[in-house]
Design a protein around this ligand. Structure first.
Ligand code: NAD
Ligand code: UD1
Length: 308
C-alpha cells in the first residue's frame, strides 16, 4: 500500500459522509471534494481536508488529488429526475468529470480507485434477480452518463479499479427537505409529520433496498483489496452489484413502515414518474465470491433505524 490519504469526491453527501466516517475510523486521512450542491461540509476533524469545489473543474481536481494514493468517486447528480431535467449538467458532472478524474488520478500516482455506479445501468430488467451478466440498457440520461463513467474505470489496466453498481441505498443522513431524496427517506419524514404519502404509479414497483452501513463496508473492502493487490485483485476491472436481495414493492414498504410506527399511513396515487423502472432486484453473489461481502442489515431493522 502506498500513502494513507484517500480522496472521496462527493464526501459531503449521503453516502459520502458515512464513508468518510468509516475511513477515519480505520485511521485513514481523507480529502473531500464537494460543491455542496446537495451535500454538507464536514468540519472540525483534523484528518479531513474539505475542498468546496466543482469536480468538473480541472483546477479543483488537481488540488484535491494532492498527496492522495486512493480515490473513491461519489460526486454526481444522484437524482434520476434531475438528470432527465438537465441532461447537459448530467453529462458534464456524471460523465465527463468522472472520465477526466480517473485519468488525472492515475497520472497523479493514485494506486486504487472505486466508482459509485448504479443499477440504473440495467434499464428495464430482462430477468430477476439481476446479476452482472444482465444486459446493460439504461433508459435515461442518468444511466447513460453513469455507464460511460463506469466503462472508463473498469477499462483501466494501469491501476486497481472497480465500479460498484449500487441499488437503492437507504438510511439516516439523506437530506429530508429535498424532493430528490430516496423514497424511504421521503416516506419516513412524511410519516413523522403525520402527512400522507404519494405513490407514483400503483405501488407495485419493486426496489432492492440496501442499507447504508452495508454499502460503505463494500466500498471499504473493495478499496482495501485494490490497494493491497492492485490489478491482481479479484475485483479489479469489474463492475459489481451492491444490493441486499431484500426486494419490496412500494406498498409493502408502506405496510412495513405502518407496522414499525404503529399507524395506518394515508396513501395518494399519482401517475407513474417518467423513466421509472418498474422492477429492480439484484444478486450480489459476485462480490460475495470475490471478497465475502453480503448485506447484513435486515429490512425491518433498517426501517426502524430510519424512523427512530
Ligand atoms: P448525494 O447527492 O447525497 O451525494 C452526492 C454528493 O456529490 C453531494 O455531496 C453533492 O454536493 C456532490 N456533488 C454533486 N455535484 C458535484 C460537483 N459538480 N462537484 C463536486 N461535488 C458534487 O447522493 P448519494 O446518494 O450520496 O450518491 C453518491 C453516489 O452514489 C452518486 O454517484 C450516485 O449516483 C451513486 N448512487 C447512489 C444511489 C442511492 O440510492 N443513493 C444508488 C446508486 C448510485
Ligand atoms: C435510486 C437513486 C439513484 C440510483 C437508483 C439505483 C435516489 C434519490 N436515487 O433511483 O441514484 O441510481 O436508485 O437503482 O436515491 N416514489 C414514490 N413516491 C415518492 C418518491 C418515489 O412513489 O415520494 C417511487 C418512484 O417513482 C420509484 C421508487 O419510488 O418508483 C423509487 O424512487 P427513488 O427512491 O427516487 O429511487 P430510484 O428512482 O429507484
Amino acid at each position: 500500500m502506498g500513502g494513507n490519504r484517500v480522496l472521496v469526491t462527493g464526501g459531503g453527501g449521503f453516502i459520502g459522509r458515512h464513508l468518510v466516517k468509516l475511513l477515519l475510523s480505520k485511521g485513514r486521512m481523507v480529502t473531500v471534494l464537494d460543491d455542496l450542491s446537495t451535500g454538507q461540509i464536514i468540519d472540525g476533524d483534523p484528518n479531513v481536508r474539505f475542498i468546496v469545489g466543482d469536480v468538473a473543474d480541472p483546477v479543483f481536481r488537481s488540488e484535491a488529488l494532492e498527496d492522495c494514493s486512493a480515490l473513491i468517486h461519489l460526486a454526481a447528480i444522484a437524482s434520476v429526475p434531475r438528470c432527465e431535467g438537465d441532461p447537459s449538467l448530467s453529462e458534464r458532472v456524471n460523465q465527463r468529470a468522472a472520465i477526466n478524474l480517473f485519468d488525472e488520478a492515475a497520472k497523479a500516482g493514485v494506486v486504487a480507485m472505486v466508482h459509485a455506479s448504479t443499477s440504473a445501468l440495467y434499464g428495464m430488467p430482462e430477468f430477476l434477480p439481476i446479476s452482472e451478466s444482465h444486459p446493460i440498457a439504461p433508459i435515461g440520461v442518468y444511466g447513460l452518463d453513469k455507464q460511460a463513467a463506469e466503462s472508463a474505470i473498469i477499462g483501466r489496466v494501469d491501476v486497481g479499479a472497480c465500479a460498484l453498481r449500487l441499488f437503492n441505498v437507504y438510511g439516516i443522513g439523506q437530506p429530508i427537505d429535498s424532493p430528490y431524496s430516496g423514497v424511504l427517506t421521503i416516506f419516513s419524514e412524511r410519516l413523522r409529520n403525520q402527512e400522507s404519502l404519494t405513490v407514483f404509479g400503483d405501488g407495485s414497483q419493486t426496489r432492492d433496498f440496501v442499507h447504508i452501513s452495508d454499502v460503505v463496508q463494500a466500498f471499504a473492502m473493495v478499496l482495501e483489496s485494490l490497494e493491497q493487490e492492485g490489478t491482481e485483485s479479484p475485483v479489479h476491472a469489474k463492475a459489481l452489484n451492491v444490493c441486499s436481495g431484500q426486494t419490496r414493492t412500494l406498498l409493502e414498504t408502506i405496510e412495513a413502515f405502518g407496522d414499525v410506527i404503529g399507524i395506518s399511513p394515508i396513501v395518494r396515487f399519482n401517475p407513474p414518474r417518467e423513466g421509472d423502472i418498474l422492477h429492480s432486484s439484484g444478486t450480489s453473489e459476485a462480490l460475495m465470491d470475490a471478497l465475502g461481502w453480503s448485506a447484513q442489515m435486515n429490512f425491518t431493522d433498517g426501517l426502524r433505524s430510519l424512523v427512530s
